[in-house]
Design a protein around this ligand. Structure first.
Ligand code: ADP
Length: 335
């Protein structure tokens, strides 16, 4: 099947959607204990869903391809109301992915994840019915690692003309990392722990500063075409750009964390906010824009400044999706 390029940037996320169930308890339940929660809430979660919301709040066009069970149809309505294109949300056999989250009186939490329908292969079966290598048309593709790794790899392989962003969280095993199709990945977005584990999987010593570890990783032949963005919590972000892959070493950019005006309440969702804003920031340069051509180091630095500000605003609020700011609010804070 011949695909026509859309004239605007559109990101497809092939990723996870969860029903996050919060149980507010006095203390995290001990072995053998039964305890009642004082409060219960049900919210949309999952990295795919969170990052889709972040792209939409940043003003980007985004479609999500994922699987829900019959019990998750309310999530589809919620995501649509947030401006996300949801035609790619399929209903599979079984229960929607779930996170059971106990939150104690100090705000500490403990989480059990059940992948549920996130592990369905329904999409790949449906895509293949349209043609051996079919994938929805998109200018940008974003995947995380809360669905089967084979599903992410199918998307990466077949979103042929798209710029590919991978946020490999939770990190795959070192065996999976070694055979991952990094040559098709334009951008990898990781936090500091993930960067160290990624480096370790390639035998790189992590007894150096984060900037040295990430630069060493970027010099590995597997990452020859992959720029690495490494978030550093309250220390902001660093990025190693493969601007001139024939003239390595690559370009290093460091940006401090965004302005915090209130107390840090909850860092959950900061990474997803950052990732969504980053993809949207790169999408702004156009559907076919490439690093080293239309996008240079200064452009990436500007994108990163917006991302760290968005992520800083996220940590000032409770919740995950509820704490992702709009671009308008981020711009106001940047002035
Ligand atoms: P993750 O949430 O995926 O573990 P990080 O902890 O690195 O990732 O946070 C992602 C981004 O969120 C950081 O790059 C930073 O911009 C922002 N951030 C996280 N914690 C803070 C903080 N305490 N103060 C300001 N910004 C923060």
């Amino acid at each position: 099947m011949t695909e026509t390029r859309s004239r605007i940037s559109r990101c497809v996320i092939r990723g996870s959607i969860n029903c996050d169930e919060y149980f507010h308890v006095d203390h995290i339940v001990r072995p053998g204990e039964t305890s009642s929660s004082s409060d219960y809430e049900r919210r949309v979660g999952g990295k795919g869903a969170n990052q889709a919301v972040a792209i939409a709040r940043a003003g980007g066009a985004v479609s999500i391809y994922g699987n829900l069970g019959q019990d998750g149809l309310w999530i589809k309505d919620a995501m649509q109301s947030w401006g996300i294109e949801v035609q790619g949300l399929a209903v599979s056999e079984g229960s929607t992915g779930r996170a059971l989250i106990q939150v104690d009186r100090h705000g500490e939490n403990s989480i059990i994840l059940s992948p549920g329908t996130n592990y369905s292969e329904l999409h790949e079966q449906e895509f293949k019915k349209r043609g051996e290598n079919w994938f929805p048309d998109c200018s940008h593709l974003l995947v995380q690692n809360e669905i089967r790794i084979q599903s992410s790899q199918y998307a990466i392989k077949n979103a042929q003309k798209a710029s590919v962003f991978v946020n490999p969280s939770p990190l795959p095993s070192s065996e999976e990392i070694k055979v991952f199709p990094w040559d098709r990945v334009d951008w990898v977005i990781v936090n500091a722990d993930e960067a160290k584990e990624l480096a370790a999987a390639f035998g790189i010593s992590v007894d150096f500063s984060m900037s040295e570890v990430v630069q060493l990783l970027a010099l590995n032949p597997k990452f020859q075409h992959t720029s690495i963005v490494c978030t550093l919590g309250a220390d902001g972000v660093l990025a190693v750009l493969q601007i001139n892959s024939d003239k390595r070493p690559c370009t290093l950019i460091q940006v401090p964390a965004g302005k915090i005006l209130n107390t840090v309440i909850n860092t959950t969702g900061a990474g997803d906010t950052f990732t969504g804003y980053f993809v949207k920031g790169i999408m702004e340069y156009g559907p076919d824009a490439k690093l080293g051509k239309e996008i240079g180091g200064e452009e990436v630095r500007k994108v990163l400044q917006t991302c760290v500000q968005a992520a800083a605003m996220c940590v000032e609020k409770a919740g995950t999706i509820d704490s992702i700011p709009t671009l308008e609010d981020v711009r106001e804070r940047l002035v």
